[in-house]
Design a protein around this ligand. Structure first.
Ligand SMILES: [Zn+2]
Length: 673
C-alpha cells in the first residue's frame, strides 16, 4: 500500500489527504523522504559538471521538497494536535533532521561548489533575487559550520543534535505541565465571575471529565479567571500554578534543560568565531548587535516602569480599601486593573464580550484584507486535520492565492499560545501557492452557543492573520526567501501592523455585533473601548521587557551555570516592580528554549513595533485607513517580497526612512511618562 504522505496529492488545491493519513504513516514517510533528499544532495555535490547557479543552488532548493511536504503536515499536527505517538515520533525525528542538515552544511564538496559560485558571483549574470539567494545560502552554510574542520566540525554536529533533543523535550515538558494541572471549582466558586468565564470553566470541566467546573492553565481561561475572580486565595493558587509551569520538579522540570541549552549555544557561537551567542544570532538580524537591542529596550523601560509603579500604587490602595493588608501581589494585578478600568473608563470586559464573536472577527479580518489587497475568501468543506479546523480558499480577481486554515479553539492536545505556520510555502517556477494555518487557543463554547472572544483574543486573531497575509501574498521565485522567511526582528511587522485595523472604528462598527441581538456595538461603548486602548500599558510593557532583557542576558556573554539565578539578578538590577513578573519565566520561556527561533530574539516584537507604529502612521497620514497607494507599497515592498532584499532597505523603500522610537511610545501611551 502506498503511503498517502508520499503519494501525489491530487485533491483540490493539492491539500494533504488528511482523512487518509494515519500516525503510522509519518515515521516511514519521513525516513523515505530523508533518503531521497540525501541521494539528491549527494548527486548535486558529486556532479562532474562545473557548478552553476541552476545545478547547485537551485537544485538544493528543491532537493528536500518531499521532506518539506511531509514535515509541513507532521509539525503542524505535533503542535496543534499532539498525542503520545506524535510526541514519541517528534523526539525521534528532531535529531535525525538535525543530523541531515549538518550533513548538508558540512559536505565539503557541496560547499566548495557554493563557494566557487560566491567568489564568481559578479560574473554569473544573476537576477537580484538569485544573488540574494546565493548570499543567504552561503551564509547559512558558514553559520552552520561549513568552514570548520576536524574535531570542531564533529563537536558542532553533536551540539546541534543535542540542542534539537533539548528543544523538543522542553516543549513536551511544558505541554505535559499545562495538560496535567486543573483546579476544581465548586459552583459557589463561580460567584462573581461573568457568565462567559463560568461557561468556559464548565466547558473545560466537561472536556476533562471533571465532576464540575475547572480552571486550567489555558491562557484563554486562566487570564479571565485571574481578572474576575474575587476569591484571592483561588487567584493565588491558579497564578502560582501558571508561573510554575516547567518548574515543578520531576520528569517535566525544564530548569536543567535551560542551563544545558545555554551552555551549548555559547559553545556553538565560539566554534563559529563569535564572542557570544547573542553576537552570533544578531549578526543577521536588523538589530545587528546586542547593544542596539539593549538601547531600544532601555529607552522604553524607564517610562514603562514609571507608569507601572504609578499604577501599582493605585491598585494597592484598592486592595487596602477592600480590607486586605499587605502589599499588592502578582495575582492581584489583573483583578484590580480590571476594576479600575471599569471605574475610570466605564469599560467592563463582560459588557464588551458579546460583541466580539469569533465568526464576525474572522469576517472582519477577511474584510480588511479585501479592502486593502483585493483578497476574497470562500469557505471550503473539510474535513481537515481536526474537526474544529475550518478552511477557506483565498483568491484575488479570480486567481487562486492560497488555502487558509483556521484552528481557533483550545484543546488539551494543542500547545499554548497562538501561531501561524505553513504546510506549504509559496514559490514560482512551477507555481506553488501556499497552505497557511492560524492556530489559536480561544475558549470553545458549549454546543449551540456562539464563540466569544476577549479583546485580547480578537487582537491575537488579527495578529496571526497578519502573518498569514505575509504568506498568502508572497510572490517570489524561491521558497528559501518566501513569505515569513525574513529576519526575526522584521517578521512581526506584518502581524503587529494588522492589529491596528482592529481598532479602526468603522471595522468595529461593522463587525462587532451583539451575539444575541445582532445590534452593532453602541458608539459610546466603542469610544470607551478605544479610549482605554493604552490602559495598563505600563504593566504589559514591563512584563515584556523584563523577559526580553533576561533573554538577552542569557546569551550576551558567558552562559550562566544557573539560569534561575541569572534571571533573578537581571530582574533585581532593572528593578522589576514586585507585583509584576516576567511575561515568560525561564522554565516556560518556549520562545527561547523550544528552539532557536526567538533565542536572544524575544526583543523582536518591540523592534517590529517601532516599525508597525510608524507604518500604520503612513495610512493615517494619507487620511485613509484603506489608502490604495499605501497598501500597494506595503504589499510590494513588505508583504509580497519575502526577503528578496535586506529588511532595512525593504522598509525604507516602503516608507522613505527607518523610524525612531517615538511612534511606539506614543502608541503605548508612554510619552512624557
Ligand atoms: Zn507574531
Amino acid at each position: 500500500m502506498t503511503n498517502p504522505l508520499l503519494s501525489d496529492w491530487t485533491g483540490e488545491f493539492a491539500l494533504p489527504p488528511f482523512a487518509a493519513i494515519a500516525d503510522e504513516h509519518f515515521g516511514p514517510a519521513i525516513d523515505a523522504a530523508l533518503d531521497v533528499a540525501r541521494a539528491t544532495v549527494a548527486a548535486i555535490a558529486d556532479a562532474p559538471e562545473p557548478p552553476t547557479f541552476a545545478n547547485t543552488v537551485e537544485a538544493l532548493e528543491v532537493a528536500g521538497e518531499t521532506l518539506l511536504k511531509v514535515l509541513g503536515v507532521f509539525f503542524n499536527l505535533a503542535s496543534a494536535d499532539a498525542n503520545p505517538a506524535r510526541e514519541a515520533l517528534q523526539r525521534e525525528v528532531s535529531p535525525k533532521l538535525a543530523a541531515y542538515s549538518s550533513e548538508i552544511t558540512m559536505n565539503p564538496a557541496l560547499f566548495a561548489r557554493i563557494e566557487a559560485l560566491w567568489q564568481d558571483r559578479d560574473g554569473l549574470g544573476l537576477t537580484d533575487e538569485q544573488a540574494r539567494v546565493l548570499l543567504l545560502t552561503r551564509r547559512s552554510f558558514v553559520r552552520a559550520g561549513a568552514l570548520l574542520e576536524g574535531d570542531d566540525r564533529d563537536r558542532l554536529k553533536a551540539i546541534m543534535q543535542r540542542l534539537s533533543v533539548l528543544g523538543t523535550q522542553f516543549t513536551q515538558n511544558l505541554l505535559a505541565d499545562e495538560r496535567d494541572w486543573a483546579m476544581d471549582l465548586s459552583e459557589s466558586d463561580l460567584a462573581g465571575l461573568p457568565g462567559f468565564v463560568a461557561d468556559a470553566a464548565r466547558a473545560a470541566g466537561a472536556e476533562r471529565g471533571a465532576p464540575g467546573p475547572v480552571v486550567t492553565l489555558s491562557r484563554s481561561l486562566i487570564t479571565p479567571f485571574l481578572t474576575f475572580s474575587p476569591n484571592r486565595d483561588l487567584r493565588r493558587r491558579a497564578y502560582e500554578a501558571y508561573v510554575a509551569r516547567g518548574a515543578n520538579g520531576g520528569a517535566t522540570d525544564n530548569r536543567a534543560i535551560a542551563a544545558e541549552t545555554l551552555a551549548l549555544r555559547q559553545e556553538r557561537a565560539r566554534l563559529l568565531g563569535h564572542d557570544s551567542f547573542a553576537d552570533f544570532k544578531l549578526a543577521t538580524e536588523m538589530a545587528k548587535t546586542p547593544q542596539a537591542v539593549r538601547d531600544l529596550l532601555m529607552q522604553v523601560w524607564a517610562p514603562a516602569r514609571a507608569a507601572a509603579e504609578r499604577d501599582a500604587a493605585v491598585l494597592e490602595q484598592m486592595l487596602h480599601d477592600d480590607g486586605v493588608s499587605g502589599p499588592l501581589e502578582p495575582w492581584d494585578w489583573h483583578f484590580y486593573a480590571q476594576r479600575r478600568r471599569q471605574a475610570e473608563h466605564d469599560l467592563d470586559e463582560a459588557e464588551l464580550k458579546p460583541y466580539l464573536q469569533l465568526d464576525r472577527m474572522i469576517e472582519a479580518a477577511f474584510s480588511v484584507a479585501g479592502r486593502l489587497f483585493g483578497l476574497e475568501f470562500r469557505a471550503l468543506d473539510g474535513p481537515f486535520y481536526h474537526p474544529d479546523v475550518r478552511g477557506w480558499e483565498v483568491t484575488r480577481a479570480g486567481r487562486h492565492m492560497a488555502v487558509f486554515l483556521g484552528d481557533y479553539f483550545a484543546r488539551g492536545s494543542k500547545r499554548s499560545g497562538a501561531w501561524c505556520s505553513t504546510m506549504r510555502s509559496q514559490k514560482q517556477g512551477a507555481e506553488v501557492r501556499p497552505i497557511v494555518v492560524n492556530v489559536c487557543n480561544f475558549s470553545k463554547p458549549e454546543p449551540g452557543r456562539p464563540a466569544l472572544l476577549s479583546w485580547d483574543d480578537a487582537r491575537t486573531l488579527f495578529h496571526e492573520f497578519g502573518h498569514a497575509l505575509h504568506n498568502i501574498l508572497s510572490d517570489v521565485t524561491y521558497a528559501r526567501i518566501s513569505g515569513t522567511s525574513v529576519a526575526r526582528d522584521f517578521v512581526e511587522l506584518p502581524s503587529q501592523l494588522y492589529e491596528h485595523w482592529l481598532e479602526v472604528p468603522e471595522v468595529l462598527g461593522e463587525f462587532a455585533t451583539h451575539a444575541e441581538t445582532g445590534a452593532a456595538m453602541p458608539r459610546d461603548l466603542l469610544d470607551r473601548l478605544l479610549g482605554a486602548a493604552t490602559y495598563d500599558m505600563g504593566f504589559q510593557t514591563v512584563e515584556y521587557i523584563a523577559s526580553a532583557l533576561v533573554d538577552l542576558a542569557f546569551h550576551d556573554g558567558p552562559a550562566p551555570a544557573d539560569p534561575m539565578q541569572k534571571q533573578a539578578e537581571v530582574l533585581e538590577q532593572i528593578g522589576l516592580p514586585r507585583a509584576i513578573r516576567m511575561r515568560h519565566a525561564t522554565p516556560h520561556f518556549a520562545h527561547v528554549f523550544s528552539g532557536d527561533g526567538y533565542s536572544s530574539g524575544y526583543y523582536s516584537y518591540m523592534w517590529s513595533e517601532v516599525m508597525d507604529a510608524d507604518a500604520f502612521a503612513a495610512f493615517e497620514e494619507a487620511a485613509d485607513y484603506f489608502d490604495e497607494g499605501t497598501a500597494a507599497r506595503l504589499e510590494q515592498f513588505v508583504l509580497s517580497a519575502g526577503s528578496v532584499q535586506d529588511e532595512a532597505q525593504a522598509y525604507i523603500d516602503f516608507r522613505g526612512s527607518l523610524p525612531g522610537v517615538e511612534a511606539l511610545l506614543a502608541g503605548r501611551g508612554l510619552v512624557g511618562a
